[in-house]
Design a protein. Structure first.
Length: 243
């Protein structure tokens, strides 16, 4: 008897094998998705931490520079130059720097100073280098040209506000001098609370100097929304004057 060969029937994949292949693809996609999510999260939060810590360090170092400088005419100059040196590590942009007279070691910038800083973030053409700040005593808001230059000034509110446009001047003289502060032809950037007007007595009350650095953090991956970061540091002005 001659056996005739029958064509082999192709084996169809079992339904359970098809299900296993499909689930493997889904599981692989989930694993890779979770992996990339973790990678981006690590990168994003790393950048956020670097930006936050840089802003914090900038405020601390700026307050230290200004406090050590005491009543030296370029105290603010040294402080904002310190901030400028930190800018390359900040992700986003610098909003402003407020150097203010604090009333306690935990004092925040006066609300008048913060409102002024926010209001002048966008300036009209021609006013880019106009000094910004607030000076208020018990009698009310004082005109800049009538700044009271006394031995022991105790203003209720005093602060100088600096923007990126002011930080660009750190390689030049701000015009720190009494004539400029009292209305000279060259306006002084620190005229609302000039360094020579600060109190650094060895005996009696000494001014506390505060620095607030405000920055806007911009996310690299979109995982963290754009947000404002504010860093405060307060240090007592170094006492030097005997009386």
């Amino acid at each position: 008897m001659i056996k005739t060969s029958q064509p082999k029937k192709s084996k169809k994949p079992r339904p359970d094998r098809q299900a296993e292949d499909g689930s493997a693809i889904v599981e692989g996609a989930m694993v890779f998705g979770l992996f990339f999510f973790l990678i981006f999260a690590i990168i994003e939060f790393g950048l956020f931490f670097v930006s936050w810590s840089t802003g914090r360090n900038a405020a601390t170092e700026a307050a230290h520079e200004a406090a050590v400088s005491g009543t030296d005419s370029k105290a603010d100059f040294s402080a904002i130059n310190t901030v400028r040196n930190q800018l390359t590590q900040m992700r986003g942009s610098l909003d402003y720097v407020i150097i203010y007279r604090a009333k306690s070691i935990t004092d925040r910038p006066p609300v008048e100073c913060v409102n002024e800083a926010e209001a002048k973030r966008i300036v009209p053409p021609g006013d880019e280098l106009k000094p910004v700040g607030v000076f208020i005593d018990d009698a009310g808001l004082q005109n800049v040209e009538a700044f009271i230059w006394t031995d022991v000034p105790r203003p209720r509110v005093a602060c100088n506000i600096y923007y990126a446009r002011h930080l660009a001047l750190v390689d030049t003289d701000f015009g720190y001098n009494k004539a400029a502060i009292e209305g000279g032809s060259t306006p002084s950037a620190d005229r609302f609370w000039p360094a020579p007007n600060r109190v650094d007595k060895l005996i009696g009350p000494v001014d506390l100097l505060g620095v607030q650095v405000s920055q806007t953090y911009k996310s690299a991956t979109g995982m963290i929304p754009t947000r404002r970061l504010r860093h405060n540091s307060i240090i007592q002005i170094e006492s030097r004057t005997a009386q």
